[in-house]
Design a binder for this molecule. Structure first.
Ligand code: C5P
Length: 226
């Protein structure tokens, strides 16, 4: 199974000047934890990392330190996550018929989660890893007045990996570019094109490191694991 890792973001919400994936988590760059899980997955056979050119030397150093056994390619990222994934899809080897996409910032995903997602992707066209939401979610207007309370039993929080048939996802990305759709995950493009997206049970610890608090929580979880 081919894996694409969007890793071309910044550290803005982290309050950092550099890409948050290069910040230290228990003495190692955050991205190296994500890559170590992908390396340990039985199903992943190829890894593409989308990054900004200025981060490539740091990415190379991480790869050299990990000595991965799987082929890894560095791919130019874009101005948005959507554009980074688009570039990644175009850089996939021609034999790739299915692909998992996993945010570099979700550095606590386990090898088992990659394996379960890859196995499930053999029986569907598109999937996302997700967990039922624990909070009651409110729909709010611009004046911060609550408009609606959706039934919580229907709500799931989307995570990554997300997986798709490559040909279909490429088509969805092309349509999205033509129509100016701006989305924050790939499943949203699939949905907009009327294609089915299957849910695979995610992991509560598979958080996306976005703020300094997330970094502390991630450190705590990794300590518990070791
Ligand atoms: O900013 P956020 O954490 O939501 O980004 C999700 C993932 O997308 C991160 O791993 C980030 O590095 C990646 N990303 C990207 N290209 C961008 C923006 C974000 O690959 N232009």
């Amino acid at each position: 199974m081919h894996l694409l890792i969007p890793a071309a973001g910044s550290g803005r919400r982290m309050g950092s000047q550099r890409n948050k994936l290069l910040l230290s988590l228990l003495g190692k760059p955050l991205l190296s934890w994500t890559l170590a899980a992908a390396e340990a997955s039985r199903q992943i056979s190829w890894i593409g990392i989308m990054g900004q050119k200025e981060d490539f030397p740091d990415f190379q150093a991480i790869l050299a330190d990990l000595s991965l056994t799987k082929p890894v390619e560095l791919i130019q990222g874009g101005a948005t996550r959507q554009e980074s994934v688009y570039n990644g899809l175009r850089a996939l080897p021609t034999e790739a018929d299915r692909v998992l996409i996993h945010d570099g910032a979700r550095c606590l995903a386990t090898p088992d989660l990659f394996d379960r997602s890859a196995e499930a992707l053999l029986t569907c066209q598109g999937l996302i890893v997700a967990i039922p939401v624990k909070d009651t979610i409110k729909v709010v207007d611009a004046a911060k007045i609550v408009q609606e309370t959706p039934d919580r039993s229907n709500l799931w929080a989307a995570q990554t990996p997300q997986g798709f048939e490559v040909k279909l996802l490429k088509k969805c990305h092309e349509e999205g570019r033509e129509k100016g759709w701006e989305v924050t995950d790939d499943a949203a493009l699939f949905e907009k094109c009327g294609l089915p997206v299957q849910i695979v049970e995610g992991e509560e610890t598979n958080l996306k490191v976005t703020t300094p608090v997330d970094l502390s929580v991630a450190e705590f979880i990794l300590r518990q694991r070791s």
